[in-house]
Each structure stands twice: as structure tokens, then as C-alpha cells.
Design a protein around this ligand. Sequence first.
Ligand code: TYD
Length: 196
Amino acid sequence: MLVTLEGIDGSGKTTVWEALRDARCDGYTFTHEPTDSWYGEAVRRSEAEVNADPLAELFLFTADHADHLSRVVEPALARGDVVISDRYSDSRFAYQGVALDGVVDRPMEYVRGIHQPWTRPPDVTLFFDVDPETGAARAGATNKFEQVEFLSRVRENYEQLAEYEPERFVRIDATQSPEAVLADAEDVLDRVLAAE
Ligand code: TYD
């Protein structure tokens, strides 16, 4: 089973991912995108670059995803592990879906289209939902993706993705206290694992 954590910057999903990782060991693989591979490093260099070409950036993120899939996610699933990834393909659909506005037609559909033939879609996605003002304030607006205007459009893309696949997306109210957000995430995870 592949579970992904998604949301705008400052939604608190990484804090939840860390707490889950500390509490669950055997039979779980905890991972994230961007990864720590050299592909992931290239992505982070691009992220820090205000004028990076958005199409080049899409393909860096996507290369990192392809490597992540074959090197980490697929072997872990083949072992029978529950894989929990902090960000995954929906991050590309939501973020590059905004970043590529004006570069290609229907950017989110374009990005979904280039993944569709080869990716492994998540079974469940925990969507940590927070308003963009709170998200940007929590994230500290330290990179180009962490601005309110940008994040509000990213959030709209997540909403659209959740509408496409309501059975996969489980919304978590990420405006709550960190303890309450974690408790909700634990509940959802226990429920989906029990139903497996
Ligand atoms: P994030 O998970 O926030 O990493 P960290 O907090 O450890 O730096 O991801 C970094 C940024 O990259 C974040 O603003 C979201 C963005 N991003 C994309 O634009 N597309 C993607 O495909 C991924 C995985 C992340």
C-alpha cells in the first residue's frame, strides 16, 4: 500500500510524517520527494533559482520521481511494506500545474499526462488542508513556491485533484494544533490499513 502526504508549504505534513516515522518501524518505508539522491539535489538547486526555467524544473522533479519509483518505492512495495511518502506525484500536478501556466496549455493535465504511462499512483493521499496565508506564514516564505498568491493557486489544484479522485484523497484540517492534526492522520492511516 502506497500512502502519500500532500499539501501546500506550511501545511505541517512533514511534522506528521516525522512523528509517524518515529512511531512505526517494521513493515514501513518512509520516504519523500524531492529525494536525497543527486536528482533530488538538482531539484533543490533549481528551486533556489528564482529564474529557473519552469519546464526544465518540471523534468528535474519528474526525473527524481522516476528514480524514486524504481529505486525505493517499487522495491518496498514488492517487499510488502506500507510506503509513506512526504510529497509524491500530486505535488508536481499541483505545483508545476501553476508554475507552467502560460508555458503549456492546461498545465495540470499536461503534467498528469507525462506521468500517467509509467507512474505508480498512490492508494491513499492524506491532503493536509490549510489556507495559503497560514501556510506561507508557517513556511516563512523562504522560496519562490512559498508566496500566498502562488500557494492559493496550488491549493486550488489540489482541490481539483481531490474532486477527480474523491475516494483516494482524505482531507485533514491542518489549521488545527499539531497534536490534533497528527491524531487525525493516525486515525485515517489506521482505518485504511485495517480495511486493506
Ligand atoms: P518540500 O517537501 O517542502 O521540501 P522541504 O520543506 O524539505 O524543502 O518541497 C520543496 C518544495 O518543492 C515545495 O515548495 C514544493 C515543491 N515541489 C514542487 O514544486 N514539485 C514537486 O514535484 C515536489 C515534490 C515539490
